[in-house]
Design a protein around this ligand. Structure first.
Ligand SMILES: [Zn+2]
Ligand SMILES: [Zn+2]
Length: 368
């Protein structure tokens, strides 16, 4: 096992260009495995990590979403999370985080997504702690014992599987644990990035009567419409008069407002708007404000007058990734997920990040 190496894209200094570095590839850890990555997704969160907006240790190999091929199984690593036998050569996806199992949220509140000590590939696994290859923007990743690994959905294009790799499980958590979409509901989704499209697609799958997507720019909404995601698409990003667009949204709901409004915009001021788009007695589900982007003004009377349930949802666990993978054949049959993805080779990571930052791609995936 000597002489093996792997390459990974490393964040060395906040705000500086990333570097493709070579590292020794250790043997597979007991009950863990080495995976040849193949696909490493770029998530909006990664742009914030790169700029130092979140307190993370550096240097580290980035990438918390991945799909790849099992190269080597460690002692005792025999089955995936749903009990399917694993062999080298199998295509797998893995959950980004491992919850500690002992902190109050894990042990007492039954909410491992809120674990105070979770270890996350590509986020808080510094190369100094080893193994260095602990992110998915790499040709290999070392998966530790306790990682939720699941065989990739058979017959689904890996790019389709990667289209909602982080957004899909995030929305599964929100809709399964926080507030489900009910049959025949009118749903408004704020935001047309991957999280917004995941929310819209799942709402359609769950039997919503109508899904109205508000977002922008126009190309993003066109891409969503072409992929079959959402029934009505309204561009608020490029609108001169936002209030007029909000009135169009209300009209599209039938005039009363939506049964459920799902915030996936990540922009604080979207919250004040979203509160006014729900019907009286409706629900406002807030998923998009994952990064602290600051304060905003809201009118709290809207919450009481409309008697809203306002619900937050944070991240996901391995169980939600497994559910996303289970749903992928159904999702991919109904929506053109692969069309949302632009692949970039690993050594073009800078171009890929620039394209995500300027919004010219919906979803960038590094391939190796
Ligand atoms: Zn992510
Ligand atoms: Zn914990």
């Amino acid at each position: 096992m000597t002489g093996r190496t792997g390459r990974g894209v490393v964040l060395e200094e906040f705000g500086e260009p990333l570097a493709l570095r070579e590292f020794a590839l250790p043997p597979a850890p007991d009950r863990g495995m080495i995976v040849a990555c193949g696909y490493g997704g770029i998530c909006g969160t990664d742009l914030h990590l790169k700029q130092g907006h979140l307190p993370i240790p550096t240097p580290l190999v980035l990438g918390h979403e991945g799909l790849g091929t099992v190269r080597e199984l460690g002692e005792g690593a025999t089955h995936d999370a749903v009990g399917a036998e694993l062999r080298p050569g199998d295509s797998v996806m893995w959950a980004s985080s491992i919850a500690c199992g002992t902190c109050p949220p894990c042990r007492l509140h039954r909410e491992p997504t809120l674990c105070e000590n979770r270890r996350t590939y590509g986020v808080n696994r510094s190369t100094l702690d080893g193994p260095e290859l602990s992110g998915s923007w790499a040709d290999h990743i070392v998966l530790q014992p306790g990682t939720t690994v699941v065989k990739a959905a058979e017959g689904v294009d890996p790019l389709a599987a990667m289209s909602l790799a982080c957004a899909g499980p995030t929305v599964v958590h929100a809709l399964y644990e926080r507030r489900p979409v009910r049959l025949g509901e009118v749903v408004v989704v704020q935001g047309s990035g991957p999280v917004g499209l995941a929310a819209a697609a799942f709402a359609q799958l769950a039997g919503a009567a109508k899904v109205i997507v508000i977002g922008g720019p126009a190309e993003r909404l066109d891409r969503a419409a072409k992929a079959g995601i959402g029934d009505v698409h309204l561009n608020i990003a490029d609108a001169a008069d936002q209030e007029q667009v909000l009135n169009e949204v209300r009209a599209a709901t039938g005039g009363q407002g939506a049964d459920l409004v799902i915030e996936c915009a990540g922009v604080p001021r979207a919250v004040a708007q979203g509160l006014t788009l729900a019907r009286r007695g409706g629900t406002y589900l807030v998923i998009g404000q994952y990064t602290d982007a600051g304060d905003t003004l809201i009118n709290p009377h809207q919450i009481v007058y409309r008697q809203l349930d306002v619900i937050g949802s944070w991240a996901f666990t391995g169980a939600h990734l497994v559910e996303y993978v289970r749903l992928l054949p159904t999702l991919a049959a109904r929506f053109d997920l692969a069309s949302l993805v632009t692949p970039f080779p690993l050594d073009r990571h800078a171009d890929a990040l620039a394209a995500v930052a300027d919004g010219s791609v919906m979803k960038a995936v590094l391939t190796s």
